[in-house]
Design a protein around this ligand. Structure first.
Ligand code: PLP
Length: 396
């Protein structure tokens, strides 16, 4: 039995998406900028996908810019707004300490180039409090970028309140919604935000394609120089097959988000309570209620998470020890550290992220094998050198 519980890293591609990508590769190979019929066939495909992505987030199709994925969308939003606002002397950029590296590293790069960057702290619940933004924002702020749902712990941030504060100071609000699109119903108008990043491979689409939504009238300087594609906002020949796949994935997500959410929260809660009941010394990281429905991040006292990940993998169960991009290193998660957890607790934490393809029988199997694996690993692990660091992890 192979069980995939790592959907926040990436998701299986839906068969309808595979068909759309294949059809586009085989039949719509024209360049979407070409005037002839081959080009126009490709352009029609791109336009249809643009409409589907816009419908998924309640936006206008003209406001959608296709990119190579979440990382590029984040870069375009942050660098594009920062560059555009620079002549007005708005040089402050604000984000949170629990963002994905795509945002954090972009902030780091801009701080080296003269922008004043501010990271808002979070508490043990993993929520960015509006008061924390209020405390640091000024009339020199150009952009506030706060993720919608966190990729490691799943916490959902209060975007509408954060965007309201941002607008009162005349700045723009961007959200990295890479982990919420397809899991939460999103209406950009209700949230009153200005820019939103999404990535196809997080909701059953292909890798290497995504989009940035940019509210009409928001100023942004393109980060790629070249042709005039995407209304001058993203140069380069469009990835037509990828965009076709993103379009179908968006349509499916629009249809299925509500039923998937119910299915996912039932399975996630079953997994979580099963683990907490059968494995002593376990605790859930982050706010247990303000979370996307598919994610639970659990700390296992006296178990090196990397070892548990490997033990589970040998049993055919795929999980993660944090963001996919930083797994493979033994660095404790920057998200859990930013939440104030000890390095020990951060290093003992496993992320289970479910998808609509998971079944109740799979969750039963995981709950059945986990206690034995943990017991075995605890048998070979040394007690923590600092018992105080254990206290939090042994609470339920
Ligand atoms: N932002 C978040 C919150 C993510 O989880 C990820 C991927 O893990 C990204 C951005 C990067 O997206 P992509 O893999 O499409 O570049």
């Amino acid at each position: 039995m192979r069980i995939y519980l790592d959907h926040n890293s990436t998701t299986p591609v839906h068969p309808a998406v595979v068909t759309a990508v294949r059809t586009s590769l085989e039949k719509q190979f024209g360049n979407a900028s070409s005037v002839h019929s081959f080009g126009q066939d490709a352009k029609t495909m791109v336009d249809n996908a643009r409409t589907s992505v816009a419908e998924l987030i309640g936006a206008n199709p003209q406001e959608i810019v296709f990119t190579s994925g979440g990382t590029e969308s984040d870069n375009l939003a942050i660098r594009g707004v920062a560059e555009s606002a620079a002549p007005t002397k708005r040089l402050q950029l604000i984000t949170s300490s629990i963002e994905h590296e795509a945002v954090l590293q972009t902030f780091k790069a801009l701080s080296k180039r003269g922008w004043a960057t501010t990271l808002i702290p979070v508490g043990q619940d993993g929520i960015v409090e509006p008061e924390a933004l209020e405390a640091v924002i000024t009339d020199d702020t150009a952009l506030v970028s706060i993720m919608h749902a966190n990729n490691e712990i799943g916490t959902i941030q209060p975007l509408a309140a954060l965007a309201d504060i941002t607008h009162r100071h005349g700045a723009l609000f961007h959200t990295d919604a890479v982990q919420s699109v397809g899991k939460l119903k999103i209406a950009v108008a209700d949230l009153d935000i200005d820019l939103l990043s999404l990535s196809a491979h997080k909701f059953n689409g292909p890798k290497g394609v995504g989009a940035l939504w940019l509210r009409r009238g928001s100023r942004l300087i393109s980060t790629l120089t070249g042709g005039k594609q995407e209304r001058n906002r993203r140069a380069g020949t469009e990835n037509v097959p990828g965009i076709a796949g993103l379009g179908i994935a968006s349509r499916l997500a629009l249809q299925n988000t509500a039923s998937d959410t119910e299915h996912l929260s039932t399975l996630r809660d079953k997994l979580e309570s099963g683990v907490l009941q059968t494995v002593p010394g376990t605790i859930v990281n982050g706010d247990p209620s303000k979370r996307i429905s598919n994610t639970t991040n659990i700390s296992f006292d006296r178990v090196e998470a990397e070892s548990l990940l490997i033990a589970l993998d040998l049993e055919g169960v795929a999980v993660s020890t944090g963001s996919a991009c930083s797994s493979g290193t033994l660095e404790p998660s920057h998200v859990l550290r930013a939440m104030g957890y000890s390095a020990h607790r951060a290093q003992n934490s496993i992320r289970f992220s479910l998808g609509s393809d998971n079944t109740s029988a799979e969750i039963d199997h995981v709950i059945e094998i986990l206690p034995k694996l943990v017991q075995k690993l605890r048998g070979v692990s040394r007690p923590s050198s600092n018992p105080n660091q254990q206290t939090a992890a042994v609470e339920r």
